[in-house]
Ligand binder design. Structure first.
Ligand code: IPE
Ligand code: IPE
Ligand code: MG
Length: 250
């Protein structure tokens, strides 16, 4: 049985966000260094990108490197940066063939120049594609993003571009890195940790959270299908009562 056949096509989340966690533990279980786990994490990315496109997910945001991850040992940070360049070089063709568009969120100006160059290259190369929007969070943290937004709003208010009394939820969304994307309906985290780790705090306000013990390098599209299937079994009430929701669906 495949969960893919169980998924209701009219209830597929438009945006799925994933905290790809557990690479280090996966490698350590195999007696290897942590970077070995990051390398194998790329196989999981390839599979879920394919799977997301297959079931009609429109946006997929992958948390690849957090602001806090800069505090890891320098060797691991360097290996991750090198892997990013390598993965972009290897995957661009396939992503293009699959009609994927590529975006980033986060403080990409803090990344090594070589990484920034490759990111600009792939974004530009895939810019006319119309399929899945793949969003990679790099040097990203939600508190950083919200702080940037507040700064810019204060600046624009001072300059008279916006009126303080007119600031509403939509204004805030518009100033975030994710302004062009709908909020995720589903957030998946691998590796058994049950926390958000500074990821999309504003955007996940009403997301369904799905945690799996599977370590990221073992995660495949079938696991994504299972998460989407489980998501579809839930009742999203948005503060209303169950009766109200069922009336509306009747
Ligand atoms: C996720 O795996 C990848 C990044 C955060 C870059 P980890 O490297 O956090 O792996 P664990 O959680 O230590 O096993
Ligand atoms: C979250 O994973 C960041 C990414 C997956 C890129 P971490 O492994 O850094 O999170 P914590 O430190 O366990 O919360
Ligand atoms: Mg981790």
């Amino acid at each position: 049985m495949s969960y893919k056949n169980e998924i209701e096509s009219n209830k597929v989340p438009e945006h799925v966000a994933i905290i790809m966690d557990g690479n280090g533990r996966w490698a350590q279980q195999r007696g290897n260094d942590r970077s070995f786990g990051h390398e194998h994490g790329v196989d999981a990315v390839r599979s879920v990108v394919e799977g997301a496109a297959e079931v009609g997910v429109k946006y997929m945001t992958l948390y690849a490197f957090s602001t806090e991850n800069w505090n890891r040992p320098q060797g691991e940070v360097n290996a991750l940066m090198a892997l990013l360049v390598h993965a972009i070089n290897e995957e661009t063709e396939t992503l293009d063939k699959n009609n994927v568009r590529f975006h980033t969120i986060g403080d990409t100006s803090s990344l090594p120049q070589e990484v920034q160059n490759r990111l600009n290259f792939i974004k530009n190369r895939l810019k006319d594609n119309t399929g899945l929007n793949l969003v990679i969070a790099l040097s990203y943290s939600s508190k950083w993003e919200i702080t940037q937004a507040v700064k810019q709003i204060a600046h624009d208010a001072k300059e008279g571009v916006i009126a303080p009394d007119e600031v509403n939820e939509q204004t805030i969304s518009n100033y975030l890195n994710t302004a062009d994307f709908p909020d995720p309906e589903l957030m998946v985290r691998t590796s058994g940790e049950q926390r958000i780790s500074n990821f999309l705090l504003w955007q996940l306000a009403y997301a369904e959270l799905y945690f799996t013990p599977k370590l990221w390098p073992d995660f495949r599209k079938e696991d994504l299908f299972e998460a989407i299937y489980q998501y579809q079994q839930r009742e999203r009430r948005f503060g209303k009562t169950s009766e109200q929701i069922q009336e509306k669906n009747a």
